[in-house]
Design a protein around this ligand. Structure first.
Ligand code: SF4
Ligand code: SF4
Length: 154
């Protein structure tokens, strides 16, 4: 059954997130070409906060303010916190969180912008392996998997 995403949850909530968006993507700036899956040099890794957020435009990081994760960061952070982990405190599982974020974010992008080309740099094998985590995160963004569930008799 296709998922019906809960639009109210497809929102950023940076205060309740661990800023994985400042780690996973490469940054599109000529003056700072950050590679993927490396924390941005402006990220306070213990607090998971951008140290230059009030000056993004002045410092030439305007694309950062425009980034929308559609709620992906929050649900992936919650999923890993519920497992007692976060990329900044558990480097052994950080890469799993990074890939989970990527797969869920690109899935949301594909869902919301079907005409946009979406490219994964993660192997099919790994996508399959991470399915339980990505499915769990996607389920957290779903209103209900079955719109008739509430009116169905037991
Ligand atoms: S400049 Fe700030 S908002 Fe942009 S990636 Fe770095 S830490 Fe994140
Ligand atoms: S991943 Fe999303 S919610 Fe988390 S800090 Fe980035 S934009 Fe905000």
């Amino acid at each position: 059954m296709p998922r019906i995403f809960d639009k109210s949850k497809l929102k950023t909530d940076c205060a309740n997130c661990d800023s994985v968006c400042c780690v996973v993507p490469s940054l599109p700036y000529a003056h700072y070409p950050k590679p993927p899956r490396v924390p941005c040099k402006h990220l306070d890794q213990s607090e998971c906060r951008c140290t230059v957020y009030s000056e993004l435009e002045k410092r030439g990081y305007s694309a950062c303010r425009k980034f929308d994760c559609y709620g992906t960061g929050v649900v992936v952070a919650k999923l890993f916190r519920d497992l007692g982990r976060s990329w900044n405190t558990h480097p052994d599982t950080a890469i799993i969180q990074f890939h989970t974020f990527t797969i869920v974010y690109l899935t949301m992008l594909k869902y919301l912008h079907p005409d946009r080309a979406v490219e994964f740099d993660i192997s099919e094998e790994l996508i399959e392996k991470l399915k339980p985590l990505t499915e769990a995160a996607l389920d957290m963004l779903v209103e209900t998997a079955d719109p008739f569930a509430a009116i169905k008799k037991p």
